[in-house]
Design a protein. Structure first.
Lengths: 328, 370
């Protein structure tokens, strides 16, 4: 009986997978002292490496539990192991499961012929398009979260000043100020912010501001068993991420790239403080290919509005003056 | 605050003090029923013609705007407010004495419209009691912030211009009337800027044509409202009719521009052709065009009042339907993730913005290649 390279990586593979995050592991202590002193100010964020995500949803649970978020109904989507669906007012971490034909980008594991060895189930298992259970099939998983954009649409359009940028460069909604106008909801190019209707206010990930103020890393990063979610200083995270991409490219995973790591690769948001390593097109993960903070485009709209407003005055003046001679 | 039950927390054993602990839960309320943010898989509405590339189980990418009916209703009422304030101010400058009745009517229309506008916006808030937070900061990048200040200022001036002459302060009333007229063009057009200040693909695509369309629609609504006043004299009637005809032509032309801009990416413009939003859009065009045609038909003198009323009613319906059409079409376009994907892949995301460029990820990689 041969040891199969199943869904879970083998021990050697696992060590390799983790190699990229060794650096992350080393630097973690610095951001999770738990000594009650606030972390030093400066840009902090998440690097989410989707190639080591195992879809365990510990991040979702840790987030709900730490933040004491209410449930948002129990729905069976019937589409995949993802029964959460998307981010929302009471769901600040969401694990996406992408079931797709083709080999997994990192394990290269595609044909599942290992099912035919001594371990093979006695009856054929329907597992993918091939009824024999072979199937050319793999999963991608991604733990989605608020991106804490450098240019954040939600913050830029908030009329009350409820949405602020913290000393950690994260984007935070102050619940005691928000009046539920709903402007931030469609302004987010990632569909993150939402209003809980019974509550009437907009909510989203706080990057665990309260934990950072107590010298702790965010709950999701703390709970992640594979270090798919790494928390830290943005500059360190970029270095870790670039190293990880280089490692993956060396290993032949050419499809690996960083999503939103800096302003150059995502000009519309000027980069994300919570960025991702992906191995397929952004659309596959329900991420926009070229997101934009909508306020970047609003200048053109204002120019058009001012001309249109002036035209209203001209039209009224024309009507009033031309009617001066109308019969009484 | 309810909710320990929905949190599956025993309140005897746990202190509810987390960042999300203050979030109210329950069964929703009448105005805002609980809505599932998950799409039903393969719902015919959104997954229709599943071309246009891969999505994540046809789930929407963006959150649908949560604004209720009162927002497009405000677009209409705010448009009347804006137009009436301009008519009042211009008439005042042209012939203060001769057009006194028109000026008074315009001022009351503007003042009343501003009051109704404010109420319509407050009932849309998730926390209506906090409406004054709208004036807590001034943020130029937020069209809603600029608009809130514009509405507050216009409403104050328009209200004063209507009320002050009635209590004998005629000069102050005239000054307020001019002030309202000067502020009103912003009030009439900022709502279009507000819509394009979102990631909604349809409103993004129409960001330069929508303000023109809204200005024209506001003017149609104003002229129609003035035509509905009883016993207009010939001069008042001529002003309202001529303003209405010019505005209806502009409305139809700008409406075509909106549709043209939306259709540049077929998937983005789809809600203006299909479903309830498409029907509203066609109703708006038809109603405005009919209103224009009616006002041009020569009739005997005894039929002129009937013609005026019919034209005004059709013009009002056209303006109202146009606002609701744009509002619901935008909402509908957020339900289609491919609208955003295709729009951005077509170079209309950051690549189309001043000083920004680029599409995320390795160039040319498409979901469909996977």
């Amino acid at each position: 009986m041969s040891v199969s390279p199943g869904i879970m990586p083998t021990s050697t593979e696992s060590a390799e997978l983790r190699a990229g995050s060794e650096l992350a592991r080393d630097h973690r202590g610095e951001f999770d002292r738990g000594d009650g002193h606030a972390l030093p100010a400066g840009p902090k964020g998440f690097f989410t490496d989707t190639t080591v995500c195992i879809g365990c949803k510990a991040c979702e649970v840790a987030c709900k539990q730490w933040n004491q978020l209410p449930d948002d109904g129990f729905v069976f989507t019937g589409t995949s192991y993802d029964n959460t669906g998307d981010l929302g007012s009471s769901t600040w971490r969401h694990v996406a499961f992408i079931e797709r034909p083709g080999a997994h980008p990192t394990t290269g594991f595609a044909d599942m012929s290992w099912f035919e060895g001594d371990d093979a189930p006695s009856a054929p298992v329907a597992f993918g398009p091939d009824p024999q259970g072979g199937g050319d099939f793999s999963w991608l998983m991604l733990s989605d979260v608020c991106k804490h954009c450098v240019h954040a649409g939600c913050l830029d359009v908030c009329p009350t000043g409820a949405i602020i940028r913290t000393e950690y460069e994260s984007v935070y909604i102050q619940p005691d100020v928000c009046n539920g106008c709903g402007m931030c909801v469609p302004a987010c190019p990632f569909g993150v912010v939402d209003r809980r209707e019974e509550d009437g206010r907009a909510w989203k990930c706080t990057l665990c501001y309260d934990r950072q103020r107590d010298g702790l890393e965010p709950a999701c990063a703390k709970a992640c068993p594979t270090d798919s979610i790494v928390f830290g200083d943005i500059d360190d995270l970029r270095a870790i991420a670039e190293e990880r991409v280089a490692t993956l490219h060396e290993r032949g995973v050419d499809s690996a790239y960083l999503y939103g790591a800096d302003a150059a690769s995502q000009p519309g948001t000027q980069g994300l403080n919570a960025f991702f390593l992906l191995t397929d097109a952004p659309e596959v993960y329900n991420l926009p290919p070229d997101p934009v903070d909508p306020t970047h485009a609003v200048g053109a709209a204002w120019r058009s509005a001012l001309v249109a407003g002036a035209a209203m005055v001209v039209a009224v003046a024309g009507a009033v003056l031309s009617a001066a001679g109308a019969r009484r | 605050m309810s909710g320990s039950q929905d949190r599956h927390v025993d309140p005897e054993r746990a202190l509810l003090s987390g960042e999300g602990a203050g979030q109210r839960t329950g069964e929703g309320n009448e105005r805002f029923p609980v809505r599932s943010h998950r799409t039903e898989h393969g719902s015919p509405d959104d997954a229709a013609a599943g071309d246009g590339g891969t999505t994540y189980y046809d789930q929407p990418l963006l959150k649908e705007p949560i604004w209720i009916w009162s927002v497009p209703a405000y677009f209409y009422v705010g448009g009347v407010t804006s137009g009436a304030a301009i008519v009042g101010a211009v008439a005042q400058l042209a012939d203060r004495r001769g057009l006194d009745r028109l000026i008074r009517r315009s001022r009351w229309l503007a003042g009343g419209g501003a009051a109704v506008s404010t109420l319509l916006l407050i009932i849309d808030l998730g926390r209506p009691a906090r409406f004054l937070n709208m004036l807590r900061v001034f943020r130029p990048s937020s069209a809603m912030s600029v608009g809130s200040w514009a509405l507050a200022a216009t409403a104050s001036a328009a209200g004063a211009s209507a009320v002050l002459p009635a209590v004998g302060a005629r000069r102050l009333g005239d000054a307020a009337g001019l002030g309202a007229g000067a502020l009103a063009p912003v009030l009439g057009t900022y709502t279009a800027v507000l819509l394009s200040d979102t990631a909604v693909p349809l409103w993004q695509a129409t960001r330069t044509s929508l303000p023109r369309f809204f200005a024209a629609s506001a003017t149609v609504a104003t002229a129609s409202a003035l035509e509905l006043f009883p016993a207009l004299d010939a001069r008042e009637e001529a002003i309202a009719r001529r303003l209405g005809m010019a505005a209806k032509v502009a409305d139809l032309v700008c409406g075509e521009q909106v549709q043209h801009q939306a259709d540049e990416v077929a998937r983005v413009g789809r809600p203006l052709h299909e479903g309830a939003s498409g029907a509203l859009w066609r109703t708006a065009k038809l109603s405005t065009a009919t209103s224009l045609a009616v006002s041009l038909v020569p009739v005997p003198a005894r039929w002129r009042v009937a013609r005026r009323i019919l034209s005004a009613v059709l013009g009002s319906i056209g303006s109202l339907a146009g606002r609701f059409a744009v509002f619901h079409a935008g909402k509908r376009s957020t339900r289609d993730p491919r609208a955003t994907f295709v729009q951005q892949r077509a170079g209309r995301g950051a690549a189309a913005m001043d000083g920004l460029a680029g599409v995320t990820g390795p160039a040319g990689r498409r979901a469909t290649d996977a």
